[in-house]
Design a protein around this ligand. Structure first.
Ligand SMILES: CC(C)(COP(=O)(O)OP(=O)(O)OC[C@H]1O[C@@H](n2cnc3c(N)ncnc32)[C@H](O)[C@@H]1OP(=O)(O)O)[C@@H](O)C(=O)NCCC(=O)NCCS
Length: 192
């Protein structure tokens, strides 16, 4: 197939993005590879633009140094042809200042941040992508638990995280319940 999402035999029939269900999601997830991010990946990600209401996740040239900072453990996710389909980061860059001020990250868990390439979003591919990231993170970091911080406005992401076994453990923010803290054990209870 070509790059994921650019017209392959695995594309679901028009009008039914969920067609194929778990089998298809898992088949796609098995095809992902992870490697430490390279400059070309970071530059590509910095040009990504998400359709509203997700423009808050748009890349920016000024984010390139952060993406390449080894402390943040950014990883590129590629399809079998080597095309960039998304990224994960593990650790500090997946936390937010309001949560740090509240001491929400003191408990031992691996913080996870992620993004799929914009044209792949909204098509039911997120669960397989997240599961692949959890499998990689378990092998690479052997954490006790996984933790995510997501804006409460991003219900699309929250649904995927819940399907991947995460639960909301706290809502917080300087201006009300702006953020959700989600956690799950790292043990593969659901096959991930
Ligand atoms: C977050 C992400 C992985 C989600 O994956 P996805 O493939 O786009 O999500 P899906 O298309 O599978 O949608 C997930 C669910 O949300 C639902 N959904 C879509 N838009 C929604 C909305 N505005 N409100 C509520 N639910 C919504 C879908 O119907 C689907 O529900 P279902 O599981 O019951 O069928 C992906 O969008 C992404 O990487 N985005 C990049 C930016 C980002 O949001 N990063 C997250 C940072 S924490």
């Amino acid at each position: 197939m070509g790059r994921l999402g650019q017209g392959s035999t695995e594309d679901p029939p028009a009008g039914d993005v969920r067609a194929g269900g778990a089998y298809r999601t898992e088949a796609v997830a098995e095809a992902y590879s992870f490697r430490p991010i390279a400059r070309a990946d970071a530059e590509e990600i910095s040009r990504w633009r998400y359709p509203e209401p997700y423009a808050t996740y748009d890349g920016d040239p000024s984010s390139v140094p952060g993406l390449l900072d080894p402390r943040y453990n950014y990883h590129a996710v590629t399809d079998p042809e080597g095309g960039l389909v998304g990224y994960f980061c593990f650790g500090a860059d997946a936390t937010v200042p309001a949560g740090r001020r509240l001491g929400l990250y003191d408990e031992n868990a691996l913080d996870i941040g992620l993004g799929m390439r914009p044209d792949l979003t909204g098509r039911g591919l997120g669960l397989g992508f997240v599961r692949a990231g959890l499998r990689f993170a378990r092998q690479a970091f052997a954490p006790a638990a996984f933790r995510l911080t997501v804006t409460a406005l991003n219900q699309r992401a929250v649904r995927v995280y819940e399907a991947a076994g995460f639960e909301v453990v706290r809502s917080f923010g300087d201006r009300g319940d702006e953020w959700l803290l989600m956690k799950r054990p790292a043990s593969p209870e659901d096959g991930t």
